[in-house]
Design a protein. Sequence first.
Length: 454
Amino acid sequence: MNVSILGTGYVGLTTGACLAFLGHNVTCVDADHEKIAVLERGGVPFYEPHLAELLADAHPNLCFTSEYAEAIPPAQVIFIAVGTPPGKDGAPDLRYLEAAAHGIGKHLTGEFAVVVNKSTVPIGSGNWVGSLVRDKACEKAKGRFAVASNPEFLREGTALHDSLYPDRVVIGADEEQTAEVLYTLYRPILDQTFQAPPYLPRPEELGAVPLISTDLASAELIKYAANAFLALKISYINEVGQLSEKVGADIAQVAKGIGLDARIGTRFLQAGIGWGGSCFGKDTAALIATASEYGLEMPIVKAAREINRRQRDRVVEKLLSELKILKGRTIGLLGLAFKPHTDDLREAPALDIARKLIERGARVKAHDPVAMDRFRKESESNGRLAEVFCCETPEDVAREADALVLVTEWPQYRELDWEPLAQIMHTAIVLDGRHALDRTRLTRAGFRYVGIAC
Ligand SMILES: NC(=O)c1ccc[n+]([C@@H]2O[C@H](COP(=O)([O-])OP(=O)(O)OC[C@H]3O[C@@H](n4cnc5c(N)ncnc54)[C@H](O)[C@@H]3O)[C@@H](O)[C@H]2O)c1
């Protein structure tokens, strides 16, 4: 099928690469000319494991442009995958979505096309996008398109795996004919009939992928409700973690004991600094904003957000309790990205923690295996974050530091040679913000090990 994808960010480019790999003709569009230039040269504008390889394999079926006039007329399916960043009062800022919908409307030719919201959008956006497209469409094209919702559940760092081998595909459409276009598009994924790329092997246990075919509003709500639930799970274990610390329990064992109940599951039950990233904060805020339009409060979701906010304060409190004074101390952060295997810094806990420490007079050094360049660029004109001293290696972070904080659980930090690090620090304290380090090993290496919930 001929597919156009608007937005070549984490979601749009992943979707484009996967669909082109499956044999569809895909045009990826971005308003950012620089991004398109990078892609045309065979580069990848952000870090995502195996994306460069998949783009290379899918190359014959892929093209890149900034021109809607080129991308829209031949497309049978048009995905909107532009950003929906947080706006005022918790509601997302929909200006990119609006521009994309207008751009589609202007260039529809009258051949039937399905416009698919893949961006995470407030409930009711399907209808809204439909009206925006219609407003700009020529008379011939006005009735010749339909809108569907196909929320995305990929996780950065495993985005390609999640897209080729999803837990489920959700399609929301108000007419069966519209949904059928998307069943056809996704058939190789639903039936798992494609040949898996060698660097992304199919999980052995995977059978057919469940399809949830529903109406527009339900598909839109599924996305928000799923993200809010994952956020709740993390905040729940962090709340239990606070009690665990008081009563002297081992939160890792508690989480395992809870999670092995099949009704609960072990994932998203790691106590620590809490969630970051571009989705959970924004989507929980959007869910609360939508609910308030209907006179509903969403107290559980609000509490999850508040607990998450407090977890970042706890890092500062823990450091204060260890060092007594933060003014003039040097704190080293291991990890800047909001999670391992990505360079995405949006809402990353490290940024918030760095800011709080600098405000208290500490000097902050930081390292990240892949996000350093992005951090340098984005922090340049970002208030206090410009004061963070970027280090090339974890050793540089540790040298003369009063404490290290593991903020992002990159696997390479687990494997560090800790003994020499302890020797070059001013005081060998490590705050394990992710419960990822081996307390016994660190203690043997000469560190005072401090956990977040222990
Ligand atoms: N990143 C994730 O892990 C993830 C997961 C699931 C869902 N989502 C949702 O998917 C959407 C996209 O997220 P993302 O992380 O890929 O965003 P992103 O910021 O990485 O990418 C968005 C891209 O859209 C481009 N763009 C903006 N306006 C445009 C326009 N009018 N036409 C063409 N391109 C335009 C931007 O230049 C940018 O490259 C958001 O709604 C997000 O909530 C994200």
